[in-house]
Structures are given as C-alpha cells and as structure tokens.
Design a protein around this ligand. Structure first.
Ligand SMILES: [Zn+2]
Ligand SMILES: [Zn+2]
Length: 287
C-alpha cells in the first residue's frame, strides 16, 4: 500500500514538474513573440548573440566551443529545431567553432557570411558542412536588410566590399557589422571590428550609427572602441563579451575607462554571465 502511495506521489510530482516546465516554455515562447529578446551569451572568450522576435531567431556567431548548444537549449522551446538565420561575422575560431555544432544539430534557414578566404581546420569544416547540408548562403555586404517583423530589422553596415574569396591582410577588416532596429530602440553589433572599420563606419554612416546598445568590438581589446566611434554611436549601454581571466587581458582597462568617461553603463559577460536585454520597441530593459 505504502509503495502504491509513493508511486502515485512520484507520478504526481513528475506531472507537476512536467507541466511547470511546459508552462515556462510557453510563457517564454509567447513573450518572445511580442518583445525583442537580445541575449549576449557567456561563452567564455568569444562571441555569440541571439535575437528572438515573433518566433524568428537569429544567431550571430557561436562562440569557441559546444557551450552554445546548452545555451540555445535553454532559450528555445524543445520542439523548435529551426533557426532562421546564422550570421558568421568572421572566421576566427572564437566566433565560428560553436556554429559548427549548431549547423550539425539544427535546421538553418540561411547563412550570412563574407566567404572570405581563410585557412583553418574549423573554417574548412564549416565550408564542407554547409555544402553537405546545402544551406542557403548570402554574401554579406553593406546595404542589405534582414527583416524580422514590420518594425524590426537588421541593417548590414559592413563590409562595404564583397570579400568572397578575398584575402584581407587582417581578417578583422572584413568584419560583418550590423545594426539592429526594433521600433525606436537599436543595438550596434560590431563583431571584432577594429579601428579601420570603425573609422569607415563613422565616415560613411555618421549619426546613423547612434544606438542604445553597443556590443563592444573585439572583446574590449584596445584595437577597437575609438573615441570618435564611441562619440558617434553614443550608446547608453555597452556589452563586452570576454572570458574570465582570458590570456589576452580583454577587456582592456583603457577601453573600460573610455566607456566610463562617456557615461556608458558597462555590462560584461565575464562578470554577469549571459546578458539578457529586452525591448518593447520603445525602451530597452536589462533583465
Ligand atoms: Zn573574437
Ligand atoms: Zn576575431
């Protein structure tokens, strides 16, 4: 008798936990349909940014390893195995390696990348995988617009040239830089863009760079976040994606000081873990 009672109790608890998990998923799923959710994942030393709106999902870079899979697993409902768009900002392993795992396990609608010439085992595997899976690839170039909803879109601001098959001296100079617009709110996503790209962006885009959020270039390295660029973007919040005690010393104190001098609120993945932002189209909230 006692055994039966215990069994009933376990079934009850399991059902309760199961329904709680399902409700949690549903709340999350429908919330993502109204607000734009913008998450900078803590993937250690690397970049991975996830955008969700109205059931559409965009993943920008995948970090240095398979950590991205558990991060996505927590953000996406279990039945959802489809990501609308992957953007590979550039082929460095701290941005690319996680995407290899994502492409292996998820269906992907489209890939936006530069197709720059680069020879590393990860990038060669990437090329092989995309061919095998026959995924649509679009070569990124300034002027393209990816629409997520009538009032939400991603504007590609760099590179200005078509780098497919090209071999720039520094692969960071062929960076995909994108500005995310949702109603009146915006975020500038710079990948590992360095001074040259920042200079071009200020030169060609000027005040159009203005954004609420700046995903700081190159993990807060002093190769990036120049004074002119910062003045033009004029963000309220800066997000730095860098690993705890990483061997590069990112983010650089000089960059942190500059951001503070400009009155920008700095959030770092090495201190806060995943950084989740939400926008209702008017205001941006930090969760
Ligand atoms: Zn990087
Ligand atoms: Zn890089």
């Amino acid at each position: 008798m006692e055994k039966i009672r215990n069994n009933i109790k376990s079934v009850f608890i399991a059902t309760f936990l199961g329904s709680a998990a399902l409700i949690w998923y549903l709340v999350f799923y429908f919330e993502a349909r109204q607000n734009l959710l913008f998450t900078v994942f803590d993937v250690g030393q690397g970049d991975a940014i996830f955008l969700e709106l109205g059931g559409k999902q965009i993943l920008i870079d995948g970090g240095p390893d398979e950590k991205i899979l558990s991060k996505l697993g927590r953000r996406m409902p279990f039945w959802d195995r489809y990501i609308d768009l992957l953007i590979l900002t550039h082929p460095h392993a701290d941005h690319l390696t996680g995407l290899l795992e994502v492409v292996k396990r998820y269906d992907v609608g489209m890939i936006l990348e530069t197709k720059v010439n680069y020879t590393t085992p990860e990038y060669e595997e990437w090329r092989r995988l995309l061919k095998k899976k026959n995924i649509n690839i679009v070569v990124a170039q300034a002027g393209q617009v990816v629409r997520m909803a009538p009032n939400a879109y991603v504007d590609i601001l760099a590179p200005r040239e078509n780098f497919a098959g090209g071999s720039p001296g520094n692969v960071h100079d062929a960076m995909i830089v994108a500005k995310l617009h949702f109603g009146a709110s915006s975020a500038l996503l710079t990948g590992d863009a360095e001074k040259i790209t920042e200079y071009k962006l200020v030169f060609f885009e000027g005040a159009r760079l203005g954004s609420d959020i700046l995903k700081v270039g190159h993990h807060g390295s002093k190769t990036s976040t120049t004074e002119d660029f910062l003045r033009t973007v004029s963000p309220k919040i800066a997000i730095i994606s860098s690993g705890r005690k990483n061997r590069y010393g990112h983010p650089h104190q000089e960059v942190i000081d500059r951001l503070k001098d400009f009155g920008v609120h700095v959030l770092r993945t090495d201190e806060k873990g995943d950084i989740k932002m939400k926008s209702d189209g008017v205001k941006v909230f930090y969760e």
